[in-house]
Write a protein that binds this ligand. Structure first.
Ligand code: FMN
Length: 175
């Protein structure tokens, strides 16, 4: 029988979804049965799956509030099966901030959530100033300036390390 894997994601500009889709593609190729859900329309049961993966991007220092709520409300069910969590943010573009142990958002997340994912990963996100509202663009430019990143408003860079996405998918397959 195929291993049933659920992937629940929260995205705003699509990068977390792109990563979730890549994980799904790799896991399907390895023979798993994978279903992808947005946090907006998940109405299934965690116990219907053998493994459950959750992914969220960071906006202004925080993971998606509905994802946090979901984890808080389903801790016991999550702990009953193999699970994994991944975070997508721009601080992780720096190698020294790209591990769960070194990424400030992931560290804060673990302190707040009272849940320890069985496997976890942090991915660099996408920086595309042209897509952002004026106020967001200015604030992200400020954050980038403070952290020595690109500030040119035409910048469009994908920092996601796809080899790392591949390695994480293999880890999920093997867990
Ligand atoms: C309004 C806004 C706020 C953001 N805040 C942060 C932040 O505080 N720290 C960070 O590392 N990245 C931040 N980012 C970068 C996003 O995490 C990154 O663009 C990610 O790829 C977004 O993923 P998504 O498209 O799945 O939402 C922010 C992006 C936007 C547009």
């Amino acid at each position: 029988m195929n291993t049933k894997i659920g992937i629940l994601y929260a995205t705003v500009d699509g990068q977390t979804l792109k990563i979730a889709n890549k994980i799904k593609e790799i896991l399907v190729k390895k023979g798993n049965e994978v279903t992808l859900f947005s946090i907006e329309d998940f109405d299934g049961k965690i116990s219907d799956y053998d493994k459950f993966i959750i992914g969220s991007s960071i906006r202004y220092g925080k993971h998606n509030a509905k994802i946090i709520e979901f984890i808080n409300n389903h801790k016991r069910e999550l702990d009953n099966i193999k699970n994994a969590f991944f975070s997508v943010n721009l601080v992780a573009r720096k190698p020294e901030r790209a591990l769960p142990e070194t990424n400030p958002y992931f560290i804060k997340f673990l302190k707040e959530i009272d849940w320890i994912p069985y496997r976890s990963c942090v991915f660099g996100g996408k920086l595309d100033y042209q897509k952002y509202r004026f106020i967001d663009r200015v604030l992200i430019q400020l954050i980038m300036w403070m952290t020595k990143g690109p500030t040119n408003s035409k910048t469009n860079i994908e920092y996601t390390d796809w080899d790392k996405v591949n390695q994480f998918s293999v880890l999920i397959h093997n867990m």
